[in-house]
Design a protein around this ligand. Structure first.
Ligand SMILES: [Zn+2]
Length: 197
């Protein structure tokens, strides 16, 4: 292969990478160039294939909790909110602090006695944990809930129920998460006081 000019020093690793990429490709003068999705053999781009490729690229696997989340029949807004909680992508005091935003009070908006983290706000806070206990009471079970989002979600199931019915039960989980989030925002922006459980 012959290039029209010499490479700058900073371009050399890119050229090397490019040459590795096309190694083994056969050039054909009778064929038209076309874009193909390299993630799959047939070359056709699909969002699901792209998602799987990205998950593999970061060394992860298609996590069970997300499979259940996306298969759920819950409203997309609640699904998205749950996804953000599972990825710790909701705004809490500790997150704002980590982003360099000055924080005067690190305490939880609901109980004002513990540091506000995602896991605290949604699961271990005395205000919100009482909601999960009420769910148990509602269906007559006694459960020990985890204080971490993934484990909490996976543990929120009813023994003796099949996958379909537990899928419905998981919609309750998403709805509670969504409503805690909405109530948190109302407490901050509309100054609505927290309900004592
Ligand atoms: Zn709290």
């Amino acid at each position: 292969m012959k290039w029209r000019r010499d490479w700058f020093e900073w371009e050399k690793p890119i050229v090397e990478e490019f040459l590795k990429l096309i190694q083994g490709c056969i050039m054909r003068i009778d064929a038209h160039d076309q874009l193909v999705w390299a993630g799959v053999i047939h070359g056709e781009y699909k969002v699901r294939e792209a998602y799987n490729t990205l998950v593999k690229a970061v060394g992860g696997k298609n996590n069970e909790v997300f499979e259940k989340l996306w298969r759920s029949k819950g409203p997309p807004t609640a699904q998205l909110c749950a996804w953000r909680v599972l990825h710790s992508r909701v705004t809490t005091q500790d997150m704002l602090h980590n982003r360099g935003i000055p924080i005067n009070n690190f305490n939880c908006i609901f109980c004002n006695s513990c540091e506000e983290t995602v896991n605290h706000v949604f699961f271990s806070c005395k205000k919100t944990s009482s909601i999960w206990k009420l769910c148990d009471k509602w269906v007559g079970v006694q459960n020990v809930h985890h204080n971490e989002a993934h484990s909490h979600c996976l543990g929120f199931k009813l023994a003796g129920l099949g996958g379909k019915h537990n899928g419905v039960w998981r919609m309750v989980w998403m709805s509670i998460i969504w409503n805690i989030w909405k109530h948190k925002n109302d407490t901050i922006f509309k100054k609505i006081r927290s309900v004592t459980c």
